[in-house]
Design a protein around this ligand. Structure first.
Ligand SMILES: Nc1ncnc2c1ncn2[C@@H]1O[C@H](COP(=O)(O)OP(=O)(O)O)[C@@H](O)[C@H]1O
Ligand SMILES: [Mg+2]
Length: 255
């Protein structure tokens, strides 16, 4: 039997404040299928509907009509907790992915405990500290020296790196990133992007990454989706994506 798509969104519509003078039709019949192993970069103007799309997939926003399937399971308007066995996400705000008052080790323990995978839970019962140190060292952000530091004392970059690690510990079917480097300085943003690429590749994670940086959308991922005014206006993959130039993309943006 062929593997089901990781994500299948059909005829998705979202209207905020319907029937009022503030009515805003934000998703207009969006169709999007993501196959196993794809790394999709999503770009679009401010207010185009990118985060709304991501939020309806994660389940933090309900839909008005349309269908969402995750790994072959119908999840349309099912709660976030139901979808969390397939989906993990990292937010723009470094504070949202981690618990600031807990140490790095405690955050990792929480993330490991929440994983649905039994084999992974068993794995975590061994010499945890050595495993944590290995994982943290692989991030190259100096976190292996901060195992017992409260997360609120970490830098934004360290905190996003930890959020990424925590989001991927459970081997989610779909990793959702919503401008997860936008709050970082340019240098740290580049480091976290490189780290993202490394983690996605090493774990063969199917990933949907919203970015505000056109250069990142061109440099990362094997597929590029452009959202404009609540619709997908461009969807290129493979060689066509590799060949895409910044000026072409800018022209499409303007149009
Ligand atoms: N929870 C909400 N309630 C009302 N309006 C919203 C909500 N979320 C987003 N919007 C509106 O929907 C439009 C699209 O927002 P968003 O999806 O966040 O855009 P993007 O992420 O592409 O910048 C914006 O006009 C925004 O103000
Ligand atoms: Mg957004």
């Amino acid at each position: 039997m062929p593997q089901p798509a990781i994500l299948n969104v059909q005829h998705l519509q979202k209207v905020f404040f319907p029937g009022t003078s503030n009515e805003r039709h934000v998703l207009k019949d969006v169709n999007l299928t993501i196959e196993p192993g794809e790394f999709v970069a999503v770009i679009g103007n401010n207010g185009a509907g990118k985060s709304t799309l991501l939020n309806t997939i994660a389940g933090t926003l309900s839909t008005d009509s349309g269908e969402i399937e995750l790994a072959g399971h119908q999840v349309t308007n099912r709660p976030v907790a139901y979808r969390s066995r397939w989906v993990a996400r990292v937010f723009q705000d470094p504070k949202l992915g981690t618990a600031g008052d807990l140490s790095v080790a405690q955050n990792l323990t929480l993330a490991a405990r929440h994983t649905g995978s039994l084999s992974l839970r068993r794995y975590w019962r061994g010499d945890q500290e050595a495993q944590y140190l290995d994982l943290l060292a692989s991030l190259n952000m100096g976190l292996e020296q901060r195992l017992n530091t409260q997360v609120k004392y970490l830098s934004g970059g360290q905190r996003q790196a930890l959020s990424l690690l925590m989001a991927t510990l459970s081997h989610p079917e779909l990793l959702l990133l919503d401008e997860h480097t936008a709050a970082l300085d340019p240098q740290t943003s580049a480091e976290v992007m490189a780290l993202t690429q490394k983690i996605v590749t090493a774990n063969q994670l199917t990933t949907m990454m919203i970015t505000h940086k056109m250069s990142d959308a061109l440099a990362y991922g094997d597929r590029l989706v452009m959202v404009q005014d609540g619709q997908i206006k461009l969807d290129v993959r493979g060689a066509a994506k590799q060949a895409l130039q910044a000026d072409e993309l800018l022209t499409m943006f303007a149009g």
